[in-house]
Design a protein around this ligand. Structure first.
Ligand code: NAD
Length: 435
């Protein structure tokens, strides 16, 4: 099949490379010339585990190409996937659809034969109707169907999730479009479930799923607070809860709050949609507010631990919004750092993958270290904010020797607490008191 991908970001790029890997001819287009120049030159623009190898392989095989020319991606394509951003509107926090509508308007004129236009971006209920109208107005003779094909991949696991999706949700009432999508996903037959629903249900499934997962994270963080006061251990509690098949064991890691490019914006968009249709999403709104407070509370805990706030040096391990990615968008780690900066704390940070992206956001407001040990040199406290595996493998003896004051706030519960205590660290973690 010939597939056009509009937008080569965290979704579009792994998706394009993935479809190429299973034998399709894929043309990816993006407005960002710099990105396309890099991709054309064989340089990956994002970090995703396993992507580099597939990217090089499929370029060499001539199955995937990159262009700023939308015509090349759209003309003659069986399926065009829209994967542009839907960021929160700066004032209302609803999903800002300017990139979606710009892409739909532009692609309309290049539609030649019958084409399935599929929205991979996360869009509010009813957006498919508007895209359909836009295309029909712009190109009245075009033969097409607009379908919703929401993306459920997790950043950091994008390649894995492309090849092993939990489910594929298709929102369409068109039999013709449904058959083309079945053909597109034929290599996944028997390996995953395909669910065909109406376009509006499909658009809602994506938001309802993300809001639910965000609530689950917020819930376990509330339980962690409870455990700290009651003498229970949230890790044990989460394990016991997760054994119940109705609850499930995923998304029960207590931490510093959810973040990333999806949950914050999608929960806000869901809350906004609730008001729009006259059905307030109270649980979602509580989750958003609680999650915002959580990051402030984490920074307050750091300050309480270091005492002489303005003269202390705090080492931060982790800036990406989670491990496995270089993405710092809406990173709760970055938010905790921002809260620390408001309190005039000196921060020196290290992240295995996200230094470049973090530096673009924070500039010279913090110091940057080359590795875990350089970060903790002369520090008065170490704060662990992102769950990178390498942090659990550090030599705490060396850390103890390098630090000025032996204080650890392990907000990802990933260091060896017994070892830390035996080395004389004042050690705090999430959801349990260390005695
Ligand atoms: P991104 O910002 O990484 O990438 C979007 C790309 O689209 C950018 O490169 C941008 O230059 C390009 N673009 C914007 N307008 C364009 C246009 N008119 N023509 C061509 N290119 C254009 O965004 P992302 O993280 O890949 O997310 C894309 C969508 O997928 C969003 O709606 C997001 O909510 C959804 N989603 C993201 C994830 C995730 O983990 N990142 C997961 C599931 C769903």
């Amino acid at each position: 099949m010939k597939i056009g991908i509009i937008g080569t970001g965290y979704v579009g790029l792994p998706t394009g490379v993935g479809f190429a890997e299973i034998g399709n001819e894929v043309v990816c287009t993006d407005k960002n010339k710099e990105k396309i120049d890099d991709l054309k030159a064989g340089k990956l623009t994002i970090y995703e585990d396993g992507l580099e190898e597939l990217f090089a392989k499929n370029i060499a095989a001539g199955r995937v190409s990159f262009t700023t020319n939308m015509r090349k991606a759209v003309a003659g394509a069986d399926v065009v996937l829209i994967a542009v951003g839907t960021p929160p509107h700066p004032v209302t926090h609803e999903a800002d659809l300017k990139y979606i509508y710009a892409a739909a308007t532009e692609l309309a004129e290049y539609l030649t034969d019958y084409t399935v236009v599929a929205t991979k971006s996360t869009v509010p209920v009813g957006t498919g109707d508007n895209i359909e109208q836009l295309i029909a107005d712009k190109n009245p003779t075009a033969r097409f169907d607009v379908i919703s094909l929401p993306e459920f991949l997790r950043e950091g696991f994008a390649v894995h999730d492309f090849f092993n999706p939990d489910r594929i949700v298709v929102g369409t009432n068109s039999e013709k479009a449904a058959n083309i999508v079945k053909e597109l996903y034929k290599p996944f037959e028997g390996k995953t479930n395909m669910l065909f629903v109406s376009r509006r249900s499909s658009e809602t499934i994506k938001y309802a799923s993300n809001a639910f997962l965000a609530m689950k994270i917020h819930y376990i963080n509330e339980i962690a607070n409870f455990c700290e006061k009651s003498g229970a251990d949230v890790t044990e509690v989460a394990k016991g809860m997760g054994m119940d098949g109705r609850i499930g064991n995923k998304f029960l890691n207590a931490g510093i709050g959810f973040g990333g490019s999806c949950f914050p914006k999608d929960t806000m968009a869901m809350a906004y949609m609730g008001h729009l249709v006259g059905s307030t999403m109270e649980l979602v709104e509580t989750t958003i507010n609680g999650n915002n407070k959580r990051k402030q509370q984490m920074a307050e805990r750091v300050c309480a631990a270091i005492k002489d706030v303005e003269n202390a040096k705090v080492a931060v391990w982790g800036l990406a919004f989670k491990n496995g990615t270089d993405d710092c968008r809406e990173s709760p780690a970055m938010d905790v750092v921002a809260e620390l900066l408001k309190k005039h704390v000196n921060v020196v940070a290290y992240d295995p993958k996200a230094m470049k992206n973090a530096c673009q956001i924070l500039g010279d407001k913090i110091g940057y270290a080359d590795d875990v040990y350089a970060a903790v040199k002369d520090a008065d406290a170490l704060v662990v904010l992102t769950e990178w595996k390498e942090f659990s493998e550090v030599d705490l003896d060396v850390v103890a020797q390098l630090m000025n004051r032996k204080t650890i706030l392990d907000f990802r519960n990933m260091l060896d607490s017994n070892k830390a205590v035996s080395l004389g660290f004042e050690y705090q973690c999430i959801g349990k008191k260390i005695v």
